[in-house]
Ligand binder design. Structure first.
Ligand code: C2E
Ligand code: C2E
Length: 169
């Protein structure tokens, strides 16, 4: 059984952390990183063509895909990293102590691993990822999220199933 605190920070369907907890944790980590100068990285990830998956297979089946992806993503990162789900088709990885060089390594490993696995419901599945590293000169949590999401949109614009790094890293 889960404690009340756990329930309040967890997305019930996937078991990933929820978006409220994401915003709170990111704010804390940004402050910490600005004080310590340890690097802080963020990945924004979306399942490619998820609206079509929902349309073709229905919400219940699409949820099975989300659950499988979430489980897989959780096993791909270090214990000190954390995974968040926005309740729709987007996930975030928060990666403390991780510089841009490492960020690109993880993002590409995640992308490839998703592409190579087999999934329930669908024949194949890919994801797009947007990456950013905190700049220490007064970048806020909200700005960091925006930079990751802009990089994600660029990855999608360039054809999906790819990693894009924010120019503002
Ligand atoms: P963990 O740190 O929680 O990492 C979980 C999984 O995330 C790893 O499972 C691996 O699939 C992936 N991962 C994390 N960091 C890296 C990385 O730098 N490169 C790559 N390619 N994958 C990474 P895995 O490999 O089965 O390791 C299980 C656990 O064993 C890790 O849990 C960690 O506690 C420990 N471990 C494995 N290799 C090392 C290592 O080289 N150094 C340290 N300090 N611990 C390690
Ligand atoms: P690598 O797999 O080429 O990863 C290079 C760098 O990417 C890592 O440097 C780290 O900065 C970042 N990185 C990769 N995966 C993760 C991750 O899941 N979470 C976070 N936070 N950072 C990640 P680092 O830490 O100096 O590790 C050097 C090498 O040690 C890694 O090269 C890998 O070969 C090995 N390693 C470390 N931990 C693990 C692990 O848990 N599992 C495996 N399989 N290898 C590991």
């Amino acid at each position: 059984t889960r404690s009340l605190v756990e329930l309040s920070i967890t997305d019930p369907m996937t078991g990933a952390y929820n978006i409220k907890h994401f915003e709170e944790t990111l704010t804390t980590e940004v402050c910490r990183s600005e004080t310590t100068r340890y690097p802080l990285s963020l990945i924004s990830l979306e399942i490619d063509y998820f609206p079509q998956i929902k349309e073709v297979h229905g919400q219940a089946q699409a949820n099975e895909v989300i659950k499988a992806i979430s489980r897989s993503l959780n096993g791909m990162i270090r214990a000190g990293d954390s995974l968040y789900y926005d309740g729709n088709e987007r996930f975030y990885f928060l990666l403390p102590f991780t510089p841009t060089e490492g960020l690109v390594v993880i993002a590409e490993r995640v992308r490839r691993s998703i592409e190579e696995q087999t999934w329930p419901v669908v024949d194949s599945l890919t994801v797009s990822l947007g990456c950013t590293t905190l700049k220490t000169d007064h970048e806020t949590a909200q700005l960091m999220i925006r930079h990751a999401n802009e990089a994600l949109q660029e990855a999608q614009r360039k054809g999906h199933n790819r990693v894009s790094l924010s120019a503002k890293s």
